[in-house]
Write a protein of this length. Structure first.
Length: 341
């Protein structure tokens, strides 16, 4: 790669031009449809222009902004060389890491795959997701708490499949609470299995997307992969298993305690949930309670994911932030009303 300072038509101190040679990657794949990668770079760096001619990318703008943009481009290029592809989400993640001073390790952080599925690598796409994956590797029990789209469940599933492939565990157990397990579920037509299927379908779909389609039914049939409602965990001890509890915000404190005490020898647990989406009709969320009880227990880790870790459409992050601000405002108003009363 080459990089040379340029001259501005106004003041050399005010503007800077740099060039980066885009070698070692397939340009059309790297830049994306209609050079969408450049569009994302421009959105992440207002006031900086990006121009590609052949294999040379020219970056021009205010000095400090150009230097930051160049670092983002270099890390994005390195990520493409390491992983084979990049996305607009990668650009946003790397831009954020550069702003936070973590730019020099961005490509390494984001490029290490958990596993490869049909030629595509499953890997963390933000620093928060990398910290979450590392925490799962290093701890027996991990709580992944954050809004929708942060990859909590998907990455936990990937680590479960990886552990099974490495023979670190002998089975995967996936579970979630059926919130409507009272009267309303009983009114639904069909057998119990048909009634609970909508609650468990997302777990089936997630694990199915990470393994050979022909293999999954066999693993389900022989019990190597088990997908069941949380109520089915009572009275069991799960040894040599990778256990994922999804939608944990909808557990009661009693259910959470029951689940955590199922942990057996050689097992690992990941609990995921979003405290802004509690659907319990009246009781306190077990996920909220457990974070106060077990926060300082050794070998248990709580990973907080935020809107910065959302890897869906960029608008989703802004929606989550807007709702968080609204909830905070509502909370302040309630406190103010209580003081007046």
């Amino acid at each position: 790669m080459d990089s040379e300072p340029g001259k501005s038509s106004t003041s050399p101190e005010a503007e800077l031009q740099r060039t980066v040679t885009l070698s070692g990657v397939e340009l059309s794949s790297f830049l994306g449809h209609r050079e969408q990668l450049l569009t994302e770079l421009e959105a992440a760096h207002p006031g900086v222009s990006f121009l590609v001619r052949g294999e040379v990318l020219t970056i021009r703008g205010e000095v400090h902004a150009v230097r930051a943009a160049e670092e983002v481009v270099r890390e994005t290029l390195e990520l493409a060389r390491r992983s084979g592809s990049v996305s607009e989400t990668d650009v946003r993640s790397i831009s954020r890491m550069v702003r936070e001073g973590n730019g020099p390790r961005a490509a390494v952080t984001l490029s290490e795959p958990i596993l490869t599925v049909r030629g595509s690598a499953v890997r963390p796409q933000t620093q928060g997701q990398r910290d979450y994956v590392d925490a799962i590797e290093q701890n027996t029990v991990v709580f992944g708490i954050g809004p929708a789209g942060t990859g909590k469940t998907y990455l936990a599933m990937a680590k479960a499949v990886q552990a099974l492939q490495r023979r670190e565990v002998s089975k995967i157990v996936l579970t979630r609470p059926a919130v409507e397990a009272g009267e309303r579920l009983g009114y639904l037509p069909g057998s119990l299995e048909e009634k609970i299927d909508p609650y468990l379908r997302p777990l089936f779909d997630a694990v199915g997307s990470m393994m050979d389609q022909d293999l999954v039914p066999r693993l389900l049939a022989n019990g190597t992969i088990e997908v069941a409602p949380l109520a089915y965990m009572r009275g069991r001890t799960l040894n040599e298993a990778f256990i994922v509890l999804d939608e944990a915000q909808n557990t009661t404190p009693e259910q959470m305690k029951m689940f955590l005490t199922r942990l057996g020898y050689g097992s690992k647990m990941v609990v995921t949930g979003d405290l802004t989406q509690v659907d319990l009709p009246s009781k306190l969320s077990g996920l909220r309670v457990v974070s106060r009880i077990l926060r300082n227990v050794e070998d248990i880790h709580f990973q907080e994911l935020t809107a910065d870790d959302i890897v869906r459409h960029s608008l989703v992050g802004r929606i989550v932030d807007a709702y968080a601000a609204f909830d905070e405002e509502q909370h302040r108003e309630r406190l103010s009303d209580e003081r007046r009363d």
